[in-house]
Design a protein around this ligand. Structure first.
Ligand code: NZQ
Ligand code: ZN
Length: 390
């Protein structure tokens, strides 16, 4: 794949060596940045040194805040907001994966907001309309936060993991160099692939009719991920395979593929309760929850599940036993994820069901409400899904 530039509306700067241009991109917005990053991977790989050199060369001053953990925490965001205000920064630059980018988005909102940042995640405040500009240098194809309007934070008090969706936090630019992902451990590669596939499934399972074009876009993207993820695990230096996965991961979550559809998103909500409490990686949790959700909701639209099985997993169409075709598709998904080294049962992650009822209730925020659009799930349904995932 050749380098290219695209804007969807995030300006995507894609390809080898592209992080060298981060300073010039940031300078278009401000001469002072908050440089935000995670644990140690970006420092160890030399990426942060290259980012700092690029900022300096472009005349951008910066202050640094590292240490974002997976499933990013509210307390880190509060520190970032205080720093951004004290230093009067004009852009938040995230170097890392979904966790760093989501933390950066929260800081971008909170710096300008006249109220507590958690209000935007808890639902106490309406969608924010302004934020500092956010730019990203992506290091893992997974969450799709590099061009999405989403940000997911964990409030350590109450282990609440909640999402904010807002137009003002869609990154202004994202630098996607597939080479930067080559240092990822196998487990994170598999988690990322599962998350990308989950973003496609969430969009695929819709009750809206006459969406054949976007069905086929989603199916094609799934097939591309299924083709390249094992290649990457076999050879982490396969640039071409990484390039496919990174571009697919970005488009899987920036809403290009789901125009005119209403996606489901229950599995994401059900997973967020898991990673909020147990600190399991988001993709790893999805690999357990999604097959269980599929089995639970299959009868709602067996034809749609069978279509996926035939077009994506190559199951022979069965005109008389659509349900068997649909179930074979789910079995192939589980086998594929297992082949990537993922667990597809809660027990495989080392968890029991002791907190299933509590998680189910938190997920719907009470027994009177539901989660999901394709099938509206009550807390009792969600508890059954956790049980199916056991
Ligand atoms: O902290 P470091 O040392 O950088 O290590 C990270 C982290 O431990 C490591 N890593 C990242 N790039 C690396 C690397 N290690 C070696 N080489 C590299 N190139 O990978 C680990 C995981 O990073 P993280 O950022 O947590 O991964 P991911 O991108 O999967 O993000 C997960 C978070 O995104 C949220 C999830 O809920 C979760 O909190 N999501 C955000 C969404 C959004 N904003 O639109 C949508 C998603 O559905 C998702 O919910
Ligand atoms: Zn996700």
């Amino acid at each position: 794949m050749e380098n290219f530039v695209s804007q969807l509306p995030t300006k995507i700067i894609f390809g080898r060596g592209t992080e060298a241009g981060v300073g010039a991109e940031a300078a278009r917005y401000s001469k002072k940045a908050l440089l935000h990053f995670g644990g140690s991977s970006a420092e160890k790989s030399g990426l942060l040194a290259r980012v700092r050199a690029s900022l300096a060369a472009a005349g951008v001053e910066w202050v640094e805040l590292g240490g974002v953990k997976p499933n990013p925490a509210l307390s880190m965001v509060r520190r970032g907001i205080a720093l951004a205000r004290a230093e009067n920064v004009g852009i938040v630059l995230a170097v890392g994966g979904g966790s760093v980018i989501d933390s950066a988005k929260a800081i971008a909102v909170g710096t300008l907001a006249g109220r507590d940042i958690w209000d935007f995640y808890s639902g106490a405040a309406p969608e924010p309309k302004e934020a500092l500009p956010v730019g990203t240098v992506l290091t893992i194809p997974a969450a799709g936060s590099e061009s999405s309007g989403g940000s997911v934070l964990t409030n350590e008090e109450g282990a609440l993991k909640r999402a904010l969706n807002a137009d003002c936090i869609v990154p202004r630019f994202s630098i996607l160099n597939p080479e930067l992902a080559m240092t990822l451990p196998a487990g994170q590669i598999a988690n990322g692939a599962a998350d990308i596939m989950a973003h496609l499934f969430e969009r695929y399972f819709t009750n809206v009719g006459h969406v054949d074009f976007s069905d086929r876009l989603i199916e094609a993207t799934l097939r591309a991920v299924i083709a390249v993820a094992p290649r990457i695990l076999a050879d982490k230096t396969d640039y071409d395979a990484w390039a496919e996965l990174m571009w697919a991961g970005c488009l899987a979550h920036n809403n290009l593929l789901d125009r005119g559809r209403i996606g489901d998103w229950a599995s994401h909500m059900i997973e967020h309760e898991l990673s909020g409490i147990y600190d399991v990686a988001h993709g790893a949790g999805l690999a357990v929850i999604f097959p269980a959700w599929m089995k639970y909701t299959l009868s709602h639209d067996t034809a749609r599940f069978a279509q996926l099985a035939v077009r994506v997993w190559g199951v022979e169409p069965g005109y008389f036993d659509q349900e068997a075709v649909a179930r074979e598709g789910i079995a192939r998904l589980e086998a594929f994820w297992k082949g990537l080294g993922l667990q597809v049962r809660l027990s495989g992650l080392g968890f029991g069901l002791d907190r299933a009822a509590e998680m189910a209730r938190k997920c719907t925020e009470g027994d009177a409400f539901t989660t999901g659009q394709f099938v509206k799930l009550t807390s009792a349904d969600i508890e059954r899904i956790y049980r199916l995932a056991e």
